[in-house]
Design a protein around this ligand. Structure first.
Ligand SMILES: Nc1ncnc2c1ncn2[C@@H]1O[C@H](COP(=O)(O)OP(=O)(O)OP(=O)(O)O)[C@@H](O)[C@H]1O
Length: 494
């Protein structure tokens, strides 16, 4: 469905830059002309037609490799607008004709996108056919549902991952994110959640790949195929090799698809986004390209509203729930980064990955002290779960306080009570590690899922001292406490 034209005007470089470029041959009724191109930023002049409003899409009629669409970001004067391209502009010249599309960018929605991998514009990026021309489309810019139509859910969604279910439970119809610096296991955790949840989840899954490596997209595609859930999944990608405009808007394309399934088909949606930080980063690039003054730490002045524009649209309505799981890269492991801090405030569950734990091989490297969830409330998870989580946190926090003393003076200098606390904290930390299904191939451990009940039982028993004498290594990378006991017994018999 590419709209291409053979019209390729020749812009004379010696011409007066302020003058209107020559009209393109065969430009038809296109009312606009490109007057300046600076990377992804395109200025277009509409001498005799009204300017398309902000956030409308304008199509550039060139003979480049693919359809070129830009989104209006500013009106420079009565007849000129500034737009940001969603595709590469290499080869674009002044004088190329352009025409308004009559509305914002639209995304294909409905059953046609299931089992497909598409880009920000909704064009097929898998090896299947182009999207059928009669596919319904919806604008990617939309206000979030009004407050009266939102129905926040507070029921827990079990993941089978011990540390998450215990300390940072996910909400069905809630927003959760994994935060972590480079290489601490965000993508592995998101993939594991996909493997565990997508099969159980009967609704639709929408995956937005934002600004990450294409290899990861490929792996995800294969993962979905292997799990047999591709036919109820839509994948939308704007990866790191794509221009900032595409990375900036691809999240909205995915959201639009999710909203359609929620509102029209009334189906539950699992929305997965990897990586939301790249969305913010793309927004900062766009802002810089448009010449806007940067704000704190070089971010765009509109940081908070851009994040809210995305996050606020992830909402459940009485008809259907949208559950979002996102990965957030934390630059230089700095959790005070404005983008990261801003994202925290939108979430129901924040899962923080720790570099220190990853360095010790304690995977998943979920920090038990900084990870939180609004569900961890006696009224939601129950008194016993809540108290147990608090006790686990307290024990691990106490161990962390004692770590310096242990490093300087050794365990012998601790009181008997502290020694016992350390013993239990180390066992708890190891019990909360778990082999993943998606890492079986390179860790050699078969992946496990642990029911919440078993996780609670195991932690309670460790805190009560049941496993004080079992070897610490028996706790590492296993499932239930019974498996730990079994391992310990086998170890002794050897
Ligand atoms: N649960 C796990 N079990 C075993 N190894 C893991 C686990 N999680 C992460 N790793 C190891 O850490 C590496 C990096 O993980 P991953 O790619 O998920 O990190 P990331 O935080 O997404 O990184 P980036 O920011 O670079 O994308 C993996 O290749 C793997 O070796």
């Amino acid at each position: 469905m590419s709209f291409q034209t053979s019209a390729q005007p020749s812009a004379d470089p010696s011409a007066d830059p302020s003058a209107d470029p020559p009209a393109a041959p065969e430009s038809g009724s296109a009312p606009g002309r490109v007057v300046a191109v600076r990377g992804s930023v395109i200025d277009i002049r509409f001498p005799d037609a009204p300017l398309p409003p902000l956030f409308d899409a304008v199509e550039i009629l060139w003979d480049g490799p693919e359809r070129l669409v830009a989104e209006v970001q500013g009106h420079l004067d009565a007849a000129t607008l500034r737009a940001i391209a969603l595709q590469g502009t290499s080869g674009l010249r002044r004088g190329t004709p352009a025409r308004p599309t009559g509305g914002p960018l639209t995304a294909p929605v409905g059953d046609a996108v299931l089992g497909r991998l598409i880009d920000v514009m909704g064009q097929a990026r898998d090896d299947g056919p182009e999207m059928p021309p009669d596919t319904p489309r919806a604008p990617i810019h939309r206000p979030p549902p009004p407050l009266a139509r939102r129905s926040p859910r507070r029921d827990m969604m079990e993941t089978g991952i011990k540390v998450i279910d215990l300390l940072s439970p996910l909400a069905r119809g809630g927003k959760a994110a994994m935060f972590g610096g480079a290489g601490v296991g965000k993508t592995v955790l998101v993939m594991e959640l996909i493997r565990k949840m997508v099969e159980r989840h009967t609704g639709i899954s929408v995956f937005a790949g934002i600004g990450e490596r294409s290899r990861e997209g490929q792996e995800l595609w294969e993962e979905m195929q292997r799990s047999g859930v591709l036919d109820r999944t839509a994948l939308v990608f704007g990866q790191m090799n794509e221009p900032p405009g595409a990375r900036w808007r691809v999240g909205l394309t995915a959201l639009t698809i999710a909203e359609h399934f929620r509102d029209e088909a009334r189906r539950d949606v699992l929305l997965l986004m990897d990586n939301v930080f790249r969305f913010v980063q793309a927004g900062a690039e766009v802002s810089g390209l448009l010449g806007r003054l940067p704000s704190r730490v070089g971010y765009q002045p509109t940081l908070a509203s851009e994040i809210a524009e995305l996050e606020e649209r992830i909402a459940s309505t009485p008809g259907a729930v949208v559950t979002a799981i996102q990965a957030v890269y934390v630059p230089a492991d700095d959790f005070t980064d404005p983008a990261v801090a801003e994202l925290f405030s939108h979430l129901d569950s924040s899962i923080v990955l720790s570099r220190a734990m990853a360095a010790e091989g304690l995977y998943p490297a979920v920090d038990p002290l900084s990870s939180t969830s609004s569900l961890l409330d006696p009224l939601v998870v129950g008194e016993a779960h809540y108290r147990l989580a608090e006790e686990v946190r307290k024990t691990i926090a106490h161990y962390r306080e004692l770590q310096d003393v242990i490093a300087l003076l050794g365990m012998e200098e601790l009181s008997a009570a502290d020694r016992l606390a350390v013993r239990r904290a180390r066992r708890l930390q190891r019990f909360l590690t778990q082999p993943f299904l998606v890492t079986e191939a390179f860790t050699g451990h078969g992946g496990v899922s642990v029911p919440l009940e078993e996780t609670l039982k195991g932690c309670r028993a460790i805190l009560d001292g049941e496993g004080d004498d079992w070897a610490e290594s028996s706790y590492f990378m296993t499932g239930t406490l019974d498996q730990v006991r079994e391992r310990d017994r086998a170890g002794r018999e050897e």
